[in-house]
Design a protein around this ligand. Structure first.
Ligand SMILES: Nc1ncnc2c1ncn2[C@@H]1O[C@H](COP(=O)(O)OP(=O)(O)OP(=O)(O)O)[C@@H](O)[C@H]1O
Ligand SMILES: [Mg+2]
Length: 257
């Protein structure tokens, strides 16, 4: 069965897109068929896989609006088993388009768009934008679970209260089966006191829901983005890549449990 995982946190810059790209690539390296869906108008998930989003005539926007089938917008990537449904700035006009032409279930658009292609994938990973609006709700309304990256920085804990309340609203209104896949500590630096404090606070509060692996702050991870490829391909033995492979194995283990 296909597992749909939304990567969400309304806080900006916490590692959602980095995690979407590298978890997707690591799962594909582990022989899973994976679709990475970009729900952020910034378009960085597609870019990070080497897709020139400025040249795209059709994107996830068209699939959401129902003017294109998702299968006609999905692109193969250089990584075997990994495809992408990319976004660009056009996605920012979705809300305005729906205002002009209202639809019955504006929060079910992604679920409907993906339905016909789900059978081709073991995992669908959805990169959410840094807000809890229409785009993130669409992602969480069709997902089996939410993976929440937590940057080991000031105000990390405040952000978690908002995402948890949003998840419980979505469970109540649209998707009662939505689970928390886990909290993932990102850009972790064991040498800083703040980093270790936040990491232990998250582990204390969300014990069994926190991934065992933490993603270290690692230069190979940021460099790989400039090269528009996952770190798992760019430097497969770097600390960052090794951590993302461990994350992929934990995600696969969750499914087997
Ligand atoms: N493990 C890491 N090591 C080093 N740099 C990282 C790491 N993870 C993320 N970064 C860098 O931090 C920045 C923010 O990461 P990213 O874009 O993944 O966050 P985001 O949550 O998707 O941001 P936004 O909210 O804008 O969508 C990027 O420049 C990225 O390269
Ligand atoms: Mg992002």
């Amino acid at each position: 069965m296909t597992r749909i995982i939304a990567i969400a946190n309304q806080k900006g810059g916490v590692g959602k897109t980095t995690t979407s790209i590298n978890l997707s690539a690591a799962l594909a390296h582990l022989k899973r068929n994976v679709l990475l869906v970009d729900m952020d108008p910034q378009g960085n998930a597609g870019r990070g896989l080497g897709i020139d989003i400025s040249l795209l005539e059709h994107t996830v926007y068209d699939a959401l609006m129902g003017t294109k089938n998702a299968k006609d917008v999905i692109q193969k990537t250089d990584i075997e088993g990994l495809s992408a449904l990319p976004a660009n700035l056009r996605l920012a006009s979705l809300e305005a388009s729906l205002y002009k032409e209202p639809v019955e279930e504006p929060f079910a658009l992604l679920g409907k768009a993906l339905e016909p292609v789900l059978g081709s994938y073991d995992y669908v990973i959805i990169d959410c934008p840094p807000s809890l609006g229409l785009l993130s709700i669409n992602a969480m309304a069709c997902a089996n679970s939410v993976l929440i990256p937590v940057q080991c920085e000031y105000f990390a804990m405040e952000a978690l209260a908002a995402i948890l309340s949003s998840i419980s609203n979505i469970q109540n209104q649209w998707n009662p089966k939505l689970r928390i896949e886990g909290f993932l500590l990102t850009m972790y630096d064991a040498r800083t006191q703040l980093g270790t404090e936040i990491a232990s606070e998250v582990r204390r509060l969300f014990k069994e829901n926190t991934f065992l692996v933490s993603i270290p702050r690692n230069q190979s991870v940021s460099e790989s983005q400039a090269r528009q490829m996952p770190v798992t391909s760019f430097r497969p033995t770097s600390q960052g890549a090794v951590a993302y492979f461990s994350l992929a194995r934990e995600v696969i283990d969750h499914e087997e449990k």
